[in-house]
Design a protein around this ligand. Structure first.
Ligand code: SF4
Ligand code: ZN
Length: 148
């Protein structure tokens, strides 16, 4: 496979993207060391091919790949605007369709399966509707007034 993309990647030649186990003592230390490097991945157009090549989850990878920081093959930090599509295909598990299933995909560095994606959307919607000062409140009051 051609690795031309790697020669054009913004992280080319930067060994600190793949620290050795001797360089850090745990997740927090790895974050301190590598999270500031995530910004380099921001403009990089190779997130998906980077992840497909490194195979972080299978390789129990520590370091930066595809705009994410991985520790032992699990994402522990990421750029805000990374896309699930850049991740590996999801494995289906018994927990799929639950929050635990969605978390298992995230831990494995996969994008969520359709059932887990639906669960995540529902959780997100519930969290948003639980927030105070909803803009829908005045409209509802107006409706009550008109129908009451
Ligand atoms: S996504 Fe990040 S780690 Fe991967 S090639 Fe691009 S800059 Fe390097
Ligand atoms: Zn799932």
């Amino acid at each position: 496979m051609s690795r031309d993309w790697a020669l054009r990647a913004p992280c080319r030649g930067r060994n600190e993207f793949t620290p050795s186990e001797d360089d850090f003592t745990g997740q927090r230390d790895l974050k301190r060391l590598c999270s500031p490097l995530l910004a380099v991945c921001g403009p990089c157009p190779f997130h998906a091919v980077c992840i497909a090549t490194v195979k972080p989850a299978q390789a129990f990878f520590d370091g930066i790949a595809g705009g994410r920081l991985w520790c032992n093959g699990t994402v522990i930090d990421a750029l805000e605007d990374v896309l699930d599509d850049e991740l590996a295909e999801p494995k289906l598990r018994a927990a799929c369709g639950t929050e635990a299933g969605a978390k298992a995909h995230a831990r494995a560095g996969e994008h969520p399966c359709p059932s887990c994606a639906q669960v995540m959307r529902e959780i997100g919607a519930r969290r948003r509707s639980a927030k105070p000062n909803k803009p829908t409140q005045p409209q509802q009051m107006e409706l009550d007034f008109l129908t009451g």
